[in-house]
Design a protein around this ligand. Structure first.
Ligand SMILES: Cc1cc2nc3c(=O)[nH]c(=O)nc-3n(C[C@H](O)[C@H](O)[C@H](O)COP(=O)(O)O)c2cc1C
Length: 196
């Protein structure tokens, strides 16, 4: 299949008729907010701007959630037996993407906008990026998701962004559109964006 290469925002997009993967920019690690200040400011936000987040910011958000932080491939969160039993999906207006932390890549899963599946509460209407955490093991994967969403909440607090963890989404259709392997289940979602 013929492939074309182009540039999208600050990341690279590798596209074909079937799918487009986005090579993300390197995460930005220059923020100097203290951990104590981020902990002081962490809170759930329910007032989002409709301004989309750029790929540079998304790369850093995903790195905070589940990125590689050491040369041996280990992550920003601990995982049971180092099995890394967690997947982070990004839902935005361009479709659904699976975060590949090793390659710092967004792998396209769908080109359809499914943000409506998270708009069961009115404040979600302007939200343009939703993270969905999936995993396999009943107990440990949920713990990993909790670690990842807390990292994102702290990142949001440190960067004047809005975020909220959300269990209220279409429980039937989200797993359906993700077309998950049989051993995977949806754990929780999280909206991330700019403050209104
Ligand atoms: C697992 C989980 C699920 C949640 N689901 C929702 C939700 O569906 N809708 C919502 O508005 N808030 C949701 N929240 C946010 C909580 O309501 C919020 O964390 C709580 O009110 C405390 O407020 P704070 O986060 O600002 O400290 C959820 C939080 C967690 C941890």
């Amino acid at each position: 299949m013929k492939k074309t290469i182009g540039v999208m925002m600050t990341g690279f997009i590798v596209s074909s008729a079937m799918a487009a993967d986005i090579k993300l920019p390197e995460p930005d690690k220059t923020n100097t907010t203290t951990l104590i200040s981020a902990l002081e400011q962490r809170h759930s936000d329910r007032e989002f701007s409709d301004k989309a987040i750029d790929n540079q910011t998304l790369s850093t958000v995903l790195w905070a959630a589940f990125g590689v932080n050491r040369k041996d491939g280990k992550r920003t969160i601990p995982t049971a037996l180092d099995k890394k039993d967690l997947n982070v999906y990004v839902f935005n207006k361009d479709g659904i993407w699976l975060y590949d932390a090793n390659e710092n890549l967004l792998k396209q899963q769908s080109s359809e906008n499914h943000l409506d599946l998270f708009q069961l509460q009115d404040y979600m209407k302007p939200v343009s990026t939703v993270l969905v955490y999936t995993g396999s093991a009943e107990d440990y994967a949920a713990m990993h998701a909790g670690s990842a969403y807390q990292n994102v909440e702290l990142y949001a607090a440190a960067n004047n962004m809005a975020s909220i963890v959300r269990g209220y989404y279409d429980r039937e259709k989200v797993p359906e559109v993700l077309n998950l392997p049989t051993d995977q289940r949806v754990i929780i979602s999280q909206a991330i964006g700019w403050k209104k």
